[in-house]
Design a protein around this ligand. Structure first.
Ligand code: C2E
Ligand code: MG
Ligand code: MG
Ligand code: MG
Length: 291
């Protein structure tokens, strides 16, 4: 069913799946309350040009801010949201906030052209999705290419005609499509020629393996990153490395031809207000955000 493919297959083996029903129903009630009281937030993690350090865009990452329990991560929220059918409403909130907040960030000259990348689950690909995306970005006055739709390979795995048609509509409209966690699926390369992909996000596991203590693992991982990057570029895709945690990794990636990086080395995901403050304080803005 579509539901089984709904999430990056990884969560099937996620220990959180062993959570008892009490925990699950607790999350479910947090989600219901969050939708009702506007507790969902979008945190922004910058994506940097590895050569110049400049910010190209941001990934929008969901957080549930519970008044008593604090921030609850998407790893807890998304699977429950998918199973209960609440993912559609959450996705609508994320999209609207991400686009509205990017539009506000655009008033800073260095972010005039920045994009926002929003994660979508397979279950969000109903026939109305591309029209809803179009409505949101025009409502906030954003050009279509400044929204990137992030999907995992799991979304494409079943080759669902509905999903394909919706992706093609989104691409025709001018939004860009990023393939997230690239290399962790079952036939990663096969998606590049069959779907309208513009951006490949090399999974964090390749990035950390490129700095593996075993020289042979590190060397082969670098070859894989080089190869993925070369193929992606030939397919006219930009390449972003995820989970860049050290300066050495950033250097290795740049040497492998990767153009863009995202990770704790540059910045952690941060609330919109934090980002606003950093950019509104000219003396510290670029350095602090660039890490
Ligand atoms: P993702 O789309 O692959 O997002 C990247 C994840 O890696 C984020 O986790 C981010 O905080 C984390 N990360 C970034 N840099 C580093 C680093 O240097 N090291 C390490 N170890 N991790 C890093 P987060 O925010 O917990 O999100 C987890 C996943 O939840 C996302 O993975 C995405 O699949 C999903 N997700 C997040 N927001 C949404 C959403 O609005 N809708 C949907 N459908 N899924 C979402
Ligand atoms: Mg993502
Ligand atoms: Mg990712
Ligand atoms: Mg991931």
């Amino acid at each position: 069913t579509r539901k089984r493919a709904g999430r990056n297959g990884a969560h099937i083996f996620d220990p959180s799946m062993l959570d008892d029903t009490i925990h699950r129903s607790e999350i479910e009630s947090h989600i219901e309350q969050a939708l009702k009281h506007d507790w969902f937030e979008v945190h922004f993690q910058p994506i940097h040009d590895l050569a110049t350090g400049s910010i190209q865009g941001f990934e929008a990452l969901l957080r549930l801010r519970h008044p008593q329990k604090g921030l609850i991560s998407p790893a807890a929220v998304i699977p429950v949201a998918e199973e209960t059918g609440m993912i559609g409403r959450i996705g609508a909130v994320v999209l609207d906030k991400a686009v509205a907040q990017l539009a506000r960030l655009s008033t800073f000259p260095s972010l005039e052209h920045a994009y926002v990348a929003v994660n979508f689950s397979a279950l969000q690909f109903d026939p109305g999705l591309s029209a809803r995306i179009a409505a949101v970005i025009s409502h906030h006055g954003l050009q279509p290419h400044r929204l990137v739709v992030e999907i995992t390979e799991a979304v494409l795995m079943e080759d669902n005609p509905q999903i394909r048609a919706t992706l093609e509509e989104i691409a025709r409209f001018g939004c860009r499509i990023a393939l997230d966690d690239f290399g962790t699926g079952y036939s990663s390369l096969n998606y590049l020629n069959r779907f309208p992909v513009n951006i490949v996000k090399i999974d964090r596991s390749f990035v950390s393996a490129s700095a593996d203590p075993s020289p042979s693992v590190a060397f082969k991982s670098r070859l894989l990153i080089e190869g993925i990057t070369m193929i992606s570029h030939k397919m006219d895709c930009q390449v972003i490395a995820e989970g860049v945690e050290t300066e050495a990794q950033a250097r290795t990636l740049a040497e492998a031809g990767v153009n863009f990086g995202q990770g704790y080395h540059f910045a952690r995901p941060m609330p919109f207000e934090t980002l606003l403050e950093r950019f509104a304080t000219p003396a510290v803005a670029p350095d602090v955000v660039a890490g």
